[in-house]
Ligand binder design. Structure first.
Ligand SMILES: [Zn+2]
Ligand SMILES: [Zn+2]
Ligand SMILES: [Zn+2]
Length: 318
């Protein structure tokens, strides 16, 4: 029997975590790890990678301590070609989910999670991996692939198009890991069927070292460079000048001067949409960013990036 990869479930609900583990065991995944926070997930992921494992990650979109983007950025930094499947209870039209798919998440599972959807997404992931790992030119491989495998890859392309507002031919090729020829011919077919529309050639950010457009954005705390942060609300107590997270004001009492905060706008104010670093506790209205090439692992800033152009498409009737 072929040994299956480890799976790392990042899920704060114990019930959902156990259910997923149970489903995965039925699919012969016997090395399943469960983490309930973003922080422990990053640590476990790092440990597994150090043990030369290639865990598949099932990442809950909403976690108590960290934003899914932050967890995703941190594990990408550890292993750029990681396979991440999102779990989400929110609408699939959600911009955050789309962003993560665009940054390379393989797909998503809708909550409540069902066994057949777990089975389907894992099998697709395995098949694509097996298919594209083989040597030889990919178009040749594609011709030899079974009908079923071909359909699954085409479905994955359709899925990527559906979850993107617009997407370039270059990005699709790199997300799927296949040749232009195959993608272009499938796009032509979709265009002829009036499912997508060509919106012209555009430039996108590319690696300044290898030219890949499979790029992800990394976010850092400007003070300590940690990627462990969350988006939250802060309260400033005018009297004593204390600025800390909203939840540090238990029972409306300032954690610094121990006096009660009374009237919004008079003795305190709420600062929404601030990034709060879990590492150094500093907070910022903006977070620093850098790009990471998922192909060659080169890191670069926006002003140093290369640009690549290709045809963009938008889905209309999919
Ligand atoms: Zn590169
Ligand atoms: Zn105070
Ligand atoms: Zn920090």
């Amino acid at each position: 029997m072929v040994l299956k990869d480890d799976v790392l479930i990042v899920e704060d609900s114990a019930v959902t975590g156990d259910l997923l583990k149970h489903y995965l065991e039925q699919l012969d995944y016997n090395q399943v790890h469960i983490c309930t926070t973003g922080k422990s997930a990053v640590k476990t992921f790092k440990d597994l990678v150090h043990k030369k494992k290639q865990p598949i990650v099932l990442l809950d979109y909403t976690l108590p301590d960290m934003d899914a983007h932050s967890v995703f950025s941190q594990i990408l930094e550890i292993k750029p070609n990681v396979r991440v499947i999102l779990e989400t209870a929110t609408e699939k039209e959600d911009e955050g989910i789309k962003d993560l798919i665009r940054l390379g998440a393989f797909g998503y599972l809708e909550k409540p999670i069902r066994f057949d959807s777990v089975k389907q997404i894992i099998e697709t992931l395995e098949r694509e991996q097996e298919f594209f790992q083989k040597e030889s030119t990919q178009i040749e491989l594609f011709k030899q692939a079974t009908q079923e495998a071909q359909v699954q890859i085409q479905d994955h392309i359709d899925f990527i198009i559906k979850t993107s507002k617009q997407i370039s031919t270059n990005s699709i090729c790199q997300l799927i890991g296949t040749s232009d020829e195959f993608v272009v011919s499938h796009l032509k077919k979709l265009e002829n069927e009036n499912k997508i529309v060509n919106i012209g050639e555009k430039k996108e950010i590319a690696c300044n070292q290898c030219g890949s457009v499979k790029i992800t954005q990394l976010f850092y705390c400007p003070a300590c460079k940690s990627s462990n942060f969350k988006l939250g609300k802060l309260i400033e107590h005018y009297n004593c000048g204390n600025i800390t997270e909203e939840n540090s004001y238990a029972n409306d009492v300032c954690p610094n001067c121990h006096k009660e905060i009374k009237a919004l706008g008079v003795d305190y104010r709420v600062m929404t949409n601030h990034y709060i670093c879990n590492n150094c506790s500093e907070f910022f209205p903006e977070i620093s960013t850098e790009y990471l090439c998922l192909k060659c692992e080169n890191k670069f800033k926006l002003n140093e990036c290369g640009w690549k152009s290709s045809m963009y498409y938008k889905s209309i009737n999919m």
